[in-house]
Design a protein around this ligand. Structure first.
Ligand code: ADP
Ligand code: MG
Length: 443
């Protein structure tokens, strides 16, 4: 029952969450309508209860066990009682602070494909993982959804644990940080909480934008942060945007975050997407022995699915699963059949109107000016940005984009697109603008 329920949950919660939270669980038993769930640590148990209780109940019902209630307990020696379930059981297990969130074993440096858009972030992450005298503290990684922030953080954590098993590495999301803090307040164990953090060698907090606006958590975070930095401990933070752009984050925190190294993960380019697809294909081929991918398919995917790496990966996985199920080879036909929805949604993701509206808002100009004929720089540049985004983010042809921009010729659009491409390479603030807009539109 549990195997079936667990499989069903993978679809429901996504495979990352599944690896992190569901895989470590075990079904202790079912009595009447109550299922006993065993978790390896209290943290996992709490987190799962809060986030996945309904899903687990549904999954059990789906697997044929009519349960209505769940009880949770912490299994005292998880690795001893259930070693068969843990894929990483064979590896040595360095000190893993009980508060640390589980790491995804696939998120390693080896599995991280490096390209222009992420090479700086990757190099910085490597450097931090290697430790040594010259490192950046804090390291602040930021970038849009699915560009590899969490992957890099897990990679740092695994690497540090492997190199220096005695040092304590604590990785958790800002949401988990807050959750633990609130829990400590409630249970009057704030001293332990503080102690816990202050004795780590490396603290990594993922998605720190989450604590924006949450005052007491910010306060605690700030103190923890300062205490660790003062002791020369390494801190790694990630967020979906630059420190300065996080609203409702206190200035003193912003400036502290900025005083280390701030690097961003740029949106992927075609080359990187293709590289990632190739690397994932290699590992999927191992799982689906005998399946191969016909030429052109990966190129097609890299060209069409530009939003984020997670979607790209998901599409490839679906292709393999689908192909092995129906016994077909992975060619363009199968790709079209299997990914209609993914491809369609990447088509209708944003409209040219959305783009124009956003861009006009961003630069504080009138929409009618944006598509109008004025040639002053303050209007012409935003217009080109909008053209560029329309070309990049929609599948509309140049003539069609031209029509929506006040009946311009397709060569004008092409010129605009090229101009922005060129400018972005040298003008950092323009590149940032474009990225911001793109992210806002993708959200
Ligand atoms: P983020 O935390 O920035 O939202 P993740 O780190 O969760 O993104 O990445 C989403 C997915 O994409 C993960 O499965 C990750 O392994 C994969 N991924 C992202 N960038 C790369 C890369 N450069 N090479 C290989 N896989 C990547
Ligand atoms: Mg993440």
């Amino acid at each position: 029952v549990w195997v079936q329920a667990s499989d069903w949950l993978r679809d429901r919660v996504g495979s990352n969450n599944h690896t992190a939270w569901i895989a470590p669980l075990d079904l202790g038993g079912i009595e009447a309508d109550e299922a006993a769930i065993a978790a390896p640590t209290r943290f996992i148990s709490d987190w799962v209860q809060r986030h996945y209780a309904d899903a687990i109940r549904d999954a059990l019902v789906h697997a044929g066990a009519p349960v209505t209630r769940l009880s949770f307990r912490v299994a005292t020696a998880p690795r001893a009682t259930a070693p068969r379930k843990r894929s990483d059981a064979a590896r040595p297990t360095p000190v893993e602070p009980e508060m640390s969130a589980p790491l995804d074993a696939r998120f390693t440096f080896d599995n991280f494909v490096v390209g222009k858009p992420n090479e700086l972030a990757h190099a910085a992450a490597r450097r931090v993982a290697e430790g040594g005298a010259v490192t950046f503290n804090p390291l602040f990684l930021y970038g849009g959804v699915g560009l590899g922030k969490t992957h890099l953080m897990h990679a740092i954590a695994s690497e540090v644990r492997a190199r220096r098993p005695e040092s304590r590495v604590l990785y958790l999301s800002a949401e988990q940080f807050m959750y633990r803090f609130v829990q400590a307040l409630r249970e009057r164990t704030v001293m332990d909480f503080k102690e816990m953090f202050r004795t780590v060698e490396v603290l990594m907090v993922d998605d720190v934008q989450f604590i924006a606006g949450k005052e007491s958590t910010q306060e605690e975070f700030f103190h923890t942060f300062n205490a660790l930095v003062d002791q020369g401990k390494q801190i790694v933070i990630s967020a979906d945007r630059a420190p300065g752009e996080i609203k409702d984050l206190e200035d003193r925190i912003k400036s502290r975050l900025q005083c280390g190294l701030v690097v961003d993960l740029h949106p992927t380019d075609y080359e990187l997407r293709l590289g990632i697809l190739q690397s994932k294909t290699d590992s999927l081929r191992g799982q689906y022995a005998g399946l191969c991918v016909e030429p052109g398919v990966l190129e097609f995917l890299a060209h069409r699915i530009t939003s984020n790496v997670r979607v790209l990966e998901g599409a490839l996985q679906r292709l393999f699963a689908f192909a092995s199920l129906v016994g077909r080879k992975i060619d363009m036909d199968l790709t079209q059949d299997c990914l209609v929805d993914t491809l369609r949604s990447s088509d209708r993701k944003v409209s040219i109107e959305d783009i124009q509206r956003r861009v006009a808002e961003h630069y504080n100009i009138r929409l009618s000016d944006l598509v109008g004929q004025k040639r002053v720089r303050t209007i012409a540049r935003p217009r080109q940005v909008a053209m560029y985004l329309a070309k990049q983010m929609t599948t509309r042809s140049l003539p069609e984009i031209g029509r929506r921009f006040g009946g311009r010729d397709h060569t004008t659009i092409m010129h605009g697109v090229r101009k922005i491409e060129e400018l972005c390479a040298e003008d950092h603030s323009l590149a940032e603008d474009v990225q911001l807009l793109r992210r806002a539109l993708e959200a």
